[in-house]
Design a protein around this ligand. Structure first.
Ligand SMILES: NC(=O)c1ccc[n+]([C@@H]2O[C@H](COP(=O)([O-])OP(=O)(O)OC[C@H]3O[C@@H](n4cnc5c(N)ncnc54)[C@H](O)[C@@H]3O)[C@@H](O)[C@H]2O)c1
Length: 374
């Protein structure tokens, strides 16, 4: 193993161009990790990426990148290929960071976790945002009994549609990145892509869910990107109810509809017998019968690990934090906090949520995970 770690990046699309690459090439990062190779199958994209960001090696074939002198990969390819790429990397002893979601089924997640254990490699599975101060504080408030006995919660994501990302508007090989996979199987749909954040947040606070039921379907049957029609094959309008046990429930939505500011991205609301909490990206609102004036605002602070200096201003710094967490675990022999087990639980919720919608039968969840805040 090299120190600093030699990293390979698979997938040079939106998240990589806007966030991962600008973060990884900062000077402070080089004491821990050096981006050594980039890979993308679209002709010219990896080469152009390597030239733009000063990366020594570029590939259009994933297996060739794995054969290069790298210690770890960060996977930023379409979600449907994450499982295969993680398994291949683990098989040749590379440590792995995966963008969300790690896989699309629990069975695949089981295989990734088991293979990594056997090979003794680190797997970190984004997103790790739910380990930050606001979520820790929500858990403290609920546990303290300040809002009484918890009854229900609501969370989700509405919005998006990656064809509208301004990043994709250009016509050069680096920015003309077709988002059609976001509407295909496997791996498309707002549950794997966006609602995954909300599900990590809510399970991070309340612990593993016990059961799931819901409805799911497709809103617009067709979308378009630069004049090309994209048939929507994957559900893009999913509404679930989670049972956390002890008669505590959570409504969850994952939709490619418009919400405007009415529902902030992955915001969450908790309703107790004598109070309530709302989290959006601006902070916490807490209401309660026993709170002076009935209401207060809180703004818990605490950056994610490695997000300091120039990274505080760069896009997708939470992904950078997760990648560097993988690096930290490898270099310093730590157990991942942003764990594959938590990712597996969320993946099982999504998979069984779809199954519940299809069959009309409530599904029982089997997976669990340990939660640690930063
Ligand atoms: N777009 C975002 O805002 C965002 C933010 C955070 C995380 N993510 C996650 O990052 C990952 C990539 O999303 P994106 O929006 O950047 O996608 P994208 O469509 O913009 O880019 C994907 C890139 O992967 C390439 N690719 C296709 N098949 C590949 C393969 N087999 N191996 C390697 N590369 C391949 C494509 O050519 C393209 O350049 C997903 O897991 C997504 O959930 C996206």
């Amino acid at each position: 193993m090299s120190n600093p770690l030699k990293l390979g990046l698979a997938g040079c699309g939106s998240v990589s161009q806007r966030g991962v690459l600008p973060n990884l090439v900062q000077e402070d990062t080089k004491q821990w990790a050096v981006l050594t190779a980039v890979m993308d199958p679209i002709p010219g994209r990896a080469k152009a990426t390597a030239e733009k960001f000063g990366v020594p090696l570029w590939f259009e074939d994933y297996d060739q990148m794995l054969a290069a002198d790298i210690d770890a990969v960060t996977i930023a390819s379409p979600i449907g290929v994450h499982y295969e790429q993680a398994m291949k990397a683990i098989a040749v002893g590379k440590h792995v960071h995966l963008n969300k979601t790690m896989t699309t089924t629990k069975a695949e997640a089981d295989e990734v976790i088991e293979a990594a254990r056997k090979m003794g490699v680190v797997v970190v599975a984004s997103p790790g945002n739910c380990r930050t101060a606001p979520f820790k504080r929500i858990q403290e408030i609920i546990s303290s009994g300040e809002i009484g006995r918890l009854y229900w919660a609501e969370t989700g994501t509405a919005g998006g549609g990656h064809e509208f990302e301004t990043f994709r508007a250009g016509d050069d090989v680096l920015s003309n990145v077709n988002p059609a996979w976001y509407y295909r199987r496997p791996g498309g749909g707002p549950m794997y892509d966006m609602c995954v954040y909300a599900l990590h947040n809510i399970t991070g606070i309340l612990g593993p869910a016990r059961r799931v039921t819901g409805f799911s379907g497709i809103g617009l049957k067709e979308r378009s990107f630069k004049g090309e029609v994209i048939p929507v094959e994957m559900d893009d309008n999913t509404h679930l109810v989670l049972d956390f046990g002890d008669d505590v429930y959570c409504l969850v939505y994952g939709s490619n509809s418009f919400s405007g500011p009415a529902r902030a991205f992955a915001s969450c609301f908790f309703s107790g017998s004598s109070g309530a909490i709302l989290y959006d990206r601006t902070g916490l609102q807490v209401w309660g019968r026993d709170i002076p004036d009935g209401h207060r605002e809180e703004h818990p602070v605490g950056a994610m690990p490695f997000v300091t200096g120039p990274h505080l201003e760069l896009p997708e710094r939470h992904v950078y934090s997760d990648i560097m967490h993988m690096v930290d675990c490898v270099l310093n022999g730590k157990e991942p906090v942003v764990s594959a087990e938590h990712a597996r639980h969320v993946i099982e919720i999504i998979e069984l949520g779809y199954k519940a919608a299809e069959t009309g039968q409530t599904q029982t969840l089997t997976t669990t995970f340990e939660m640690h805040f930063w």
